[in-house]
Design a protein around this ligand. Structure first.
Ligand code: ADP
Ligand code: MG
Length: 735
C-alpha cells in the first residue's frame, strides 16, 4: 500500500498510470489464418484420419448418432497427435454441470510402455468416457433417487479444443454429464435432446405441407453477450463485487447514462486493447465473434458472434464468458457478467437470437431459414406455419420460458424499466401483425387460397419486410425479420436451459400445427387453403401472447393480467412453472426431460437462489459492520472533536450540524441492520425451501434495500477521503 493515502485513493492513482496493453504478437494477423487453430474440427479430422474412420465419425456428427466404438481408438490417436503438436500436456472432459458454468478435471497424457518408458497416451475409452465424482455437483436430489456415479461422455458434434492459460495447454473434450442410469446431470444433454425433437417435429411439418427432402432441421443461435469492465484496483476493494458479482451499496453519481454518450461511442483505448486480445483468443478457439461495441451504461460493452447451431453456440458462449473473465485480468480489468452489477444504470442481458434452418442434401433447400419469409408464396406459407408454431409454443408455455431465465441476478433486471419485463409476450411488427389479424378475421375462406394469399400480401412478405425495420426494444421475445430474439435471458446464464425449453415449447407447437394441418388436408380444396386455415386458427388461439406496445408501461402489466398471461416477477414463483402439471406433461411427452430430471432442475435452481441471497445478506452485513459503520463512527468522532475544539476557541462549529445528521443516519443504519438480520433469521426458519426462497425474495430483499439506502446516504455525508469503497463515479467512469 502507498504510504499515507487510503487504499481507495491509491487505486485511483494506480489507474492514472495505466496504459493499453497491446501484444505485438497479435498485431497484423489475419483472422482467417488464426481462426480455429486451437480446435480439431472436421477439416483436421479429414486430414488426419483414415477415410473410412472419418466417414463414420462424420456421419455420427451429422446424424447425432452414437459413436461407433470401433473408431474411438484411431480418433483418439489422431486427436492426441494433434494436441501434442500444439503443446498440450493434459486433457479433460469439459462439461456443463447445473452450476451455470463449466467443469473440467485434467489428466496428463502420461502412460508407460512395456519397458516402463514414459509415453503420451489417450485411449479410445478415455476419449469417449470418463467418470468424475458426481457427488460434488448439484443434482437436485437425483442422487438419492439414482446412483451416485456420474459419467461424462464425449459429444463429437462440438469440436475438441485447446485452452491456453498461464502457459499451460489443455485439450478440452466437450462432453455431456449423465448418471449411471442415463439421467441428465448437466445442461447439455437435454439441449441435445431438444435439438433432436425440434428437428423431427419440424421435418414432419415440412413433409406434411409438401416440402420433401429435408434431412434435418437445425435450431440456430447467436447469443449477444453484454458485460461490464471495472478496473481491478477498484474491484479488489469491493468485497461485494468479489463475493456476489454486484455492488450491494453505492450512491448514485451525478451523471449516469442519461446523456447517452456511451452507447455506440468510441471504445476507450484500454478496452479496445482488451477486446482485441479477447477476440484473438476466441478466434483461435473457433468462436466466430463478429461485433463489438459500447453498450448503454457507462463501462458496459457487448460482443456478439455469428450464429451457429445451438449446441455449438452454447459451448461457444461458455468459452466466451470464460475468456472474457480471463483476458480481462491481463488488462487489469475485472469482467462483470452479473445481470445487474450497478443500480441506477442498465443491467446486462444475453439476447438469444434463435431460428430454425433446413439441412438437406439438395442445394435448393439446404440452409433455408424457416423463419425467413421466402421468395415464393409457398415459402411464405411455410414461414407462416412455423411462425404459428412458435406463437403456439410461446403462448402455451410462457410461464415455463420465464422459469428458464429465472435467477437471482436476472430478477434485478427483468421489469426494471430497462429490460424486458417478467411477462413473456411476442412482438411481431406491423406487417406480420396486420397479416395475422386479417387471416384471423376469417374472410379468407370465401375466396380461393391463391386469391387470399395475394390479397393478404403473403406473396410479398419479404419485400415489405425489408422496410419493416421498426424494432421494439422493450419486448422480451421479438421477431426481427428472420429470427426471434429472446431478450429476457440474463447475461451470466448458460444459453442451454432457456434454449432447451424454447426448443421443447416450439416442438410442442409444431406437433399441434402438424396435427391440425393433417386434419384440415382431408377435404380441403388445396394444401394452401388448409395451411391458411391452420394459420388462422393459431392466430386466434394465440392472440393473447402478441403485444406490440411498450412493455415497460404500467398499463401493460394490467393488460397482461386481463389477458391471463403470467407475471412471475421473482425467481421462486417463476421456478414453480418448471414443475407445473402442464410443463411436466409437455417436457416428458416430447422427451426432453424425465419427471425426475425436471424436479431436480427445480431443486438445483431454487437451492442456488437461496444460497446466492444468503451470500448477499452476509456480504452486506460484513460491509456494514466492518467498513461503513466504522467509517461513519470515525468521521463522527472527528466532527465531535472539531466541534469541541471550535467551541473552546469561541468559534462557531458547523461540525455540530453534520455530526447530528450523521448520528441520525448511524442510528437508522443500526436499526435497519437489525431488521435485516431478523428478516433473514425468520426466512431461514421457514419449514420448506419454497417458503424460504419466497421470504428471501420479498422480506429479506426489501430489508437489504432499506440498509442500502442508509449506506448510500452516508456515502454522501462522510468525508470523501475516509470512504473505503470505490464509488460508482470511479468504477463506472475511470478506465
Ligand atoms: P442486431 O440484432 O443488432 O440487428 P443482427 O441482426 O446482425 O444484429 O444479429 C444479431 C445476432 O443474431 C447475431 O449474433 C447474428 O449472428 C444472429 N443471427 C442472425 N441470423 C440468425 C439466425 N438465422 N439464427 C440465429 N441467430 C441469427
Ligand atoms: Mg440484437
Amino acid at each position: 500500500m502507498t504510504q499515507g493515502i487510503s487504499p481507495r485513493f491509491a487505486a485511483i492513482r494506480e489507474l492514472a498510470s495505466r496504459t493499453p496493453r497491446v501484444d505485438p504478437a497479435q498485431t497484423g494477423l489475419k483472422i482467417s489464418e488464426l481462426f480455429g487453430v486451437n480446435t480439431f474440427g472436421l477439416a483436421q479430422m479429414r486430414e488426419k484420419l483414415p477415410s473410412d474412420v472419418f466417414a463414420k465419425l462424420r456421419s455420427t456428427i451429422e446424424t447425432g448418432k452414437r459413436l461407433d466404438a470401433g473408431i474411438a481408438s484411431p480418433v483418439a490417436h489422431a486427436i492426441k497427435e494433434w494436441a501434442l503438436e500444439r503443446g498440450a500436456t493434459h486433457f479433460c472432459h469439459w462439461f456443463q454441470p447445473q452450476t451455470g458454468s463449466t467443469a473440467e478435471k485434467h489428466d496428463a497424457f502420461l502412460s508407460f510402455d512395456d519397458d516402463k518408458n514414459a509415453i503420451e497416451k489417450i485411449s479410445g475409452g478415455q476419449l469417449v468416457q470418463s467418470e468424475p465424482d458426481a457427488s460434488s455437483f448439484p443434482s437436485g436430489g437425483m442422487r438419492t433417487t439414482f446412483e451416485a456415479r456420474g459419467y461424462t461422455a464425449w459429444d463429437p458434434s462440438s469440436p475438441v479444443f485447446i485452452m491456453e492459460s498461464a502457459g499451460t495447454r489443455t485439450l478440452c473434450i466437450p462432453s455431456v454429464f449423465i448418471s449411471y442410469h442415463g439421467d441428465a446431470l448437466d445442461e447439455k444433454t437435454a439441449l441435445i435432446r431438444s435439438v433432436e425433437v425440434i428437428s423431427q417435429k419440424a421435418c414432419e411439418l415440412l413433409e406434411t405441407m409438401g416440402f420433401a427432402g429435408a434431412k434435418r432441421v437445425v435450431a440456430t443461435l447467436g447469443a449477444e453477450q453484454e458485460y461490464f469492465l471495472v478496473d481491478r484496483a477498484f474491484y479488489m476493494l469491493r468485497p461485494d463485487l468479489v463475493m456476489t458479482g454486484r455492488s450491494l451499496v453505492g450512491g448514485q453519481p451525478p451523471k449516469g447514462q442519461e446523456l447517452e454518450d456511451h452507447y455506440f461511442g468510441s471504445v476507450p483505448a484500454r478496452v479496445l486493447a482488451f477486446m482485441n486480445d479477447m477476440e484473438h483468443e476466441l478466434y483461435k478457439l473457433g468462436v466466430p465473434v463478429k461485433t463489438r461495441h459500447n453498450e448503454v451504461a457507462p463501462s458496459q460493452f457487448e460482443s456478439a458472434p455469428i450464429f451457429e447451431d445451438v449446441n455449438l453456440s452454447t459451448d461457444h458462449n461458455q468459452i466466451t464468458m470464460e475468456v472474457l473473465r480471463r483476458v480481462a485480468l491481463r488488462h487489469n480489468f475485472a469482467c462483470l457478467l452479473h445481470e445487474k452489477p450497478f443500480a441506477g444504470v442498465n443491467g446486462s442481458g444475453k439476447h438469444n437470437n434463435w431460428s430454425l434452418a433446413i439441412a438437406a442434401s439438395g442445394p435448393e433447400l439446404d440452409g433455408q431459414n424457416l423463419l425467413d419469409p421466402g421468395k415464393t408464396p409457398r415459402q411464405n406459407l411455410r414461414f407462416l406455419l412455423f411462425l404459428a408454431a412458435t406463437l403456439k409454443g410461446v403462448h402455451k408455455h410462457a410461464g415455463l420460458l420465464r422459469a428458464g431465465i429465472a435467477s437471482a441476478g436476472n430478477d434485478h433486471r427483468l421489469g426494471a424499466n430497462e429490460a424486458p419485463p417478467a411477462i413473456i409476450s411476442v412482438f411481431l411488427g406491423d406487417l406480420l401483425s396486420r397479416i395475422l389479424d386479417e387471416v384471423e378475421g376469417g374472410n379468407t375462406s370465401s375466396e380461393s387460397a391463391e386469391a387470399a394469399v395475394i390479397r393478404l400480401g403473403v406473396a410479398k412478405i419479404p419485400e415489405v419486410m425489408k422496410d419493416n425495420t421498426d424494432r421494439n426494444r422493450t419486448s422480451p421475445f421479438a421477431f426481427t425479420g428472420n429470427k426471434f430474439e429472446f431478450r429476457a435471458v440474463g447475461s451470466s446464464a448458460s444459453t442451454a436451459f432457456p434454449v432447451t425449453l424454447l426448443n421443447a415449447a416450439v416442438a410442442d407447437g409444431l406437433t399441434e400445427i402438424t396435427a391440425a394441418l393433417k386434419a384440415k388436408l382431408h377435404g380441403a380444396k388445396s394444401v394452401d387453403e388448409a395451411i391458411l386455415e391452420v394459420v388462422r386458427e393459431a392466430a386466434v388461439a394465440t392472440k393473447a401472447i402478441r403485444f406490440e406496445g411498450n412493455n415497460y408501461a404500467n398499463e401493460w402489466v394490467v393488460e397482461a393480467e386481463r389477458r391471463g398471461l403470467p407475471n412471475l416477477r421473482k425467481t421462486p414463483a417463476a421456478l414453480m412453472e418448471l414443475v407445473s402439471e402442464k410443463s411436466k406433461h409437455m417436457l416428458t411427452t416430447v422427451g426432453v426431460f424425465s419427471e425426475a430430471e425436471l424436479t431436480s432442475r427445480f431443486h438445483v435452481r431454487l437451492e442456488r437462489y437461496i444460497k446466492v441471497l444468503a451470500i448477499e445478506v452476509e456480504s452486506l452485513g460484513q460491509i456494514v459492520d466492518t467498513m461503513i459503520l466504522p467509517t461513519a463512527l470515525k468521521y463522527h468522532t472527528m466532527l465531535a472533536q472539531g466541534a469541541a475544539a471550535a467551541k473552546s476557541a469561541g468559534l462557531t462549529a458547523p461540525q455540530s450540524e453534520v455530526a447530528e445528521h450523521l448520528a441520525k443516519l448511524i442510528a437508522q443504519l443500526t436499526a435497519r441492520k437489525h431488521a435485516l438480520h431478523a428478516a433473514f433469521v425468520s426466512a431461514e426458519a421457514k419449514a420448506t425451501e419454497e417458503a424460504k426462497a419466497e421470504a428471501l425474495a420479498h422480506e429479506v430483499s426489501d430489508a437489504m434495500l432499506a440498509v442500502r439506502e442508509i449506506c448510500d446516504a452516508l456515502e454522501g455525508v462522510v468525508a470523501d477521503e475516509l470512504w473505503p469503497l470505490p464509488k460508482y463515479r470511479e468504477m463506472l467512469f475511470l478506465s
